[in-house]
Design a protein around this ligand. Structure first.
Ligand code: GLU
Length: 501
C-alpha cells in the first residue's frame, strides 16, 4: 500500500495547468491542459491557470500571451487565472513572493530541522562535482552545510554571500505512492541529494512553490507530463514536512513522434499555434489531443467536445507512450472540414487565401467570390492551408499544360486534339451550362468517340486546370465560366498541334 495517499474523497475536482512562460506552448502542454479541462468539466469542478515564473532567467517575452492565445484557440477556457482573477489570486507566482508564503514555508521546514541554509559557492559545488566524477559517484550536493556552524553561516550572510535553502533528503528511504495512471510507484531516495527550495534571491524553486500554491488554491488533482514523475519523492518530503495533504497524481504519458522520439520542434509544427497556422481546426486538435493517451474504451474516434467531456475519466488514461500520428490528424481535420458549413469554411479559409493566392487575385479576397470554389473543394480539403492551391487555378490568366500532360492513355496527339475540338464545339453553345447536364453530354460523347471516359475527362481536366487532380470537372468548368473554359481548351489544342508540327 502506498504510504502516502491523497486527501481527495470524490466530487468536483480542482485542477490547474501551471505552465512556465518560457517560450511557445508546446502541444504536449496543451494536451495536459486539455486533460485538466476535461476532468474539471466532467466532474463539475474548476480548471485553474497559474503562471510559474519564478525561474527569472528562463522567461521569454511574449510567451504569456501565447499561452492565453493557444488555450483559447483550442477552446480551453479557465475558471480562475491571471487575467480573470479568482478567490485564490494572484495566479502569477512571482506576484505571490512578496506575501511571504513561500519564505514562511521554507522557514517552517528549517525550524523543524528538515531544511537548512547553505552558502556553498559555485566553485565549491564544482569541486564536489569533479570529485564525484573522478570517483564515479552520482552527481549531487554532498550535504556540506547540513552541519554548518550557525555562527559561521551568520558571518557569511553578513559578508553578503548568497544563501540558498536546501531540503534534507533522507537517503535511506523509499517513496511509495500511487498515481492514477501508473498505479503504485516506488522510487528510492538514494540518488536524490539535498535540493534547493529557495534561491539566494529569495524566490522559491518550482518544487516548493507549486506545493505551497497547490495547497493554497485547494488543488485536488495534479496532472502533468511523466517527466515529473522522478520529482515526486522530493515533493512528498515537502508535503510531509509542511503537514499538508498531497493531491491525487496523474502523470500523463509522453508524446512520441513517428520516429519514436519525443515530439519536438525537430518534427515540424510543435506548438499549438503552429497547428492553427498550418490550417488545422480547433475542434480537430481538441479531438485529436484528447486521444493522445486516453481513449473512451471503444473505437469512437471523432467525438464532439461535449461527448469527450462526458466520457473522460482518468482511469482510461494509458501509461504507454502516445503516438502523434500526423496522417491521422490530417484525416481527422478533413472530417472536421467536411462537418462545418461552406460559409464557416470560407471564413476560416480567407486568411489562408489572402496570403496564399497569387498576387493577381484581387484583394481583399471576397467571400462571395470564393464561396462556390471552396464549396467544390470542401470534400477533399484536409487542411485550410490547402485552400489556395485548391482554387488558384480559377485565378490564373493562362495555364500551359504540356502535350504529355494532355495526352491520356491509349491516345495520341491527333486523337486528343480532335476529342478536344469536338468538346469545344459542344461547349460553345451547350445549354444549360450547368454541371449535371454537361456531365451527361460528355459521358455520351465518350461513347460516340469510342474513347474511355477517364481519358476524355482527363484531357479536358488537364486542358482546363493543368492538373491531374482537381475539383469535380464540370463544376470546375461552370466556375471558370464558358469563355475561359473555351479559351483554355483552344490553348490546349494549339499546343498539341504545334507539338505535332
Ligand atoms: N511549471 C511546470 C512546467 O511548466 C509545471 C509542472 C506541474 O504541473 O507541476 O512544467
Amino acid at each position: 500500500m502506498p504510504e502516502n495517499s491523497s486527501a481527495y474523497s470524490g466530487g468536483p475536482v480542482r485542477v490547474r495547468f501551471a505552465p512556465s512562460p518560457t517560450g511557445d506552448l508546446h502541444i504536449g502542454g496543451v494536451r495536459t491542459a486539455l486533460f485538466d479541462y476535461l476532468l474539471a468539466r466532467n466532474t463539475g469542478g474548476q480548471f485553474i491557470l497559474r503562471l510559474e515564473d519564478t525561474d527569472r532567467n528562463r522567461l521569454v517575452e511574449g510567451s504569456i500571451d501565447k499561452i492565453y492565445e493557444s488555450l483559447r484557440w483550442v477552446g480551453l477556457e479557465w475558471d480562475e487565472g491571471p487575467d480573470i482573477g479568482g478567490p485564490h489570486g494572484s495566479y502569477v507566482q512571482s506576484e505571490r513572493v512578496e506575501s511571504g508564503i513561500y519564505a514562511d514555508a521554507a522557514n517552517r521546514l528549517i525550524k523543524k530541522g528538515l531544511a537548512y541554509e547553505c552558502d556553498c559557492t559555485p566553485e565549491r559545488l564544482e569541486r564536489v562535482r569533479e570529485r564525484q566524477r573522478a570517483t564515479k559517484q552520482a552527481p549531487g550536493y554532498d550535504g556540506h552545510c547540513r552541519t554548518r556552524d550557525p555562527q559561521e553561516l551568520a558571518d557569511s550572510r553578513a559578508a553578503g554571500n548568497p544563501i540558498v535553502v536546501r531540503l534534507m533528503v533522507p537517503r535511506g528511504r523509499t517513496a511509495n505512492f500511487s498515481d492514477e495512471v501508473r498505479g503504485n510507484v516506488s522510487i528510492k531516495y538514494q540518488d536524490i541529494s539535498d535540493f534547493v527550495i529557495q534561491k539566494s534571491d529569495g524566490f522559491p524553486t518550482y518544487h516548493l512553490a507549486h506545493i505551497v500554491d497547490d495547497d493554497d488554491m485547494k488543488i485536488t488533482h495534479v496532472l502533468r507530463g511523466e517527466e515529473w514523475l522522478p520529482s515526486v519523492p522530493r515533493h512528498l518530503l515537502i508535503y510531509e514536512g509542511l503537514e499538508i495533504p498531497r493531491p491525487v497524481y496523474a502523470h500523463l504519458p509522453v508524446i512520441l513522434a513517428e520516429d519514436r522520439t519525443k515530439l519536438s520542434k525537430r518534427h515540424g509544427a510543435a506548438s499549438a499555434l503552429d497547428f492553427r497556422d498550418a490550417g488545422y481546426l480547433s475542434g480537430a486538435i481538441f479531438n485529436f489531443l484528447a486521444l493522445l493517451g486516453w481513449s473512451p474504451g471503444n473505437d469512437l474516434e471523432v467525438m464532439s467536445r461535449e461527448e469527450t467531456i462526458a466520457k473522460f475519466s482518468l482511469d482510461r488514461v494509458k501509461e504507454a507512450p502516445a503516438l502523434f500520428d500526423r496522417s491521422k490528424l490530417e484525416w481527422m481535420n478533413g472530417t472536421y472540414i467536411r462537418q462545418i458549413t461552406v460559409d464557416e469554411l470560407v471564413d476560416l479559409a480567407i486568411p489562408f487565401l489572402e496570403s496564399g493566392l497569387p498576387a493577381h487575385a484581387p484583394r481583399p479576397i471576397e467571400a462571395a467570390r470564393v464561396r462556390p470554389l471552396i464549396a467544390m473543394t470542401q470534400e477533399r480539403m484536409k487542411t485550410l492551408a490547402e485552400a489556395p492551391e485548391a482554387i488558384d487555378l480559377f485565378f490564373e490568366d493562362a495555364i500551359n499544360p504540356t502535350p504529355e500532360e494532355l495526352i491520356q492513355k491509349k491516345m495520341d496527339a491527333a486523337s486528343t486534339a480532335s476529342a478536344l475540338e469536338t468538346s469545344l464545339n459542344i461547349i460553345r453553345d451547350f445549354e444549360p451550362f450547368e454541371p449535371e447536364p454537361l456531365e451527361v453530354r460528355f459521358r455520351a460523347l465518350a461513347v460516340e468517340l469510342d474513347v474511355k471516359i477517364g481519358a476524355l475527362f482527363g484531357s479536358i481536366r488537364v486542358a482546363t486546370t493543368a492538373r491531374k487532380v482537381a475539383p469535380p470537372l464540370f463544376d470546375t468548368m461552370v466556375a471558370l465560366g464558358r469563355d475561359r473554359t473555351i479559351e483554355r481548351i483552344e490553348n490546349a489544342i494549339n499546343s498539341l498541334e504545334s507539338a505535332a508540327g
